[in-house]
Design a protein around this ligand. Structure first.
Ligand code: SF4
Ligand code: SF4
Length: 194
């Protein structure tokens, strides 16, 4: 027993004399320096954009069927499940085929200032109409722009739901009626340790 302890102490002493832990740390640091993947800083937002993992919970998206009909049946379950009461749904009858049933949302809006991005709304939705997408650039100067309505949320989000995330995309400039936007170029992505 004592002999084993003595051997252990000698090993510890040798480690201390030879600075083995220190050398191990240096090897890791040096490995990062020579690695091809050594730059871990993302040059956000003008040169690169982070594409979050698929489980990320960002801006809400309202979805449609493959033939373009709205999945939301205005049942209000999302608004009832929301812990901060930030979703407003006003239903109406509709027989024009806009939605998958004869009840659609006249108003569907979410106040992002109060939203926790907890995902309870998407869990409560019986038709998978509301999903939390991967749009994270939600800062704005006016409180009103933090309230997103049905029309805005029905627009497809830039990162498709089926695309894998956890990558960095090259940023490119796009001219829009509101000015120039910096958007992610989804055709040029690469893995990056983040
Ligand atoms: S993510 Fe949570 S807090 Fe935000 S709207 Fe949905 S349920 Fe409400
Ligand atoms: S988004 Fe889903 S839960 Fe909310 S009102 Fe529409 S169908 Fe109901």
């Amino acid at each position: 027993m004592n002999e084993g302890k003595g051997r252990f102490d000698i090993m510890e002493l040798i480690k201390k004399v030879l600075f083995t832990d220190f050398v191990k740390g240096l090897v890791i640091t040096f490995g990062y320096n020579v690695s091809m993947d050594s730059v871990i800083t993302v040059k956000y937002p003008d040169e690169e954009k982070w594409i979050p993992y698929r489980r990320f919970r960002g801006l809400h998206t309202l979805n449609r069927t493959a033939d373009g009909r709205e999945l939301c049946v205005a049942c209000e379950l999302c608004s009832k499940a929301c812990p901060t009461r930030c979703i407003t749904v006003i239903p109406m009858e509709d027989n024009t085929g806009r939605g998958i049933s004869d009840r659609v949302a006249k108003v569907w809006k979410v106040d992002l200032v109060r939203c926790l991005f907890c995902g309870y709304c998407e869990d409560a939705c019986p038709t998978r109409a509301v999903r939390l997408g991967r749009e994270y650039e939600l800062a704005c100067f006016d409180r009103n722009c933090a309230v997103k309505n049905r029309e805005e949320l029905l627009r497809p989000q830039p990162v498709p739901e089926e695309m894998s995330g956890g990558v960095v995309a090259k940023a490119r400039l796009r001219t829009t009626p509101d000015g120039i936007e910096v958007v992610a170029d989804l055709s040029e992505t690469r893995k990056r340790r983040v």
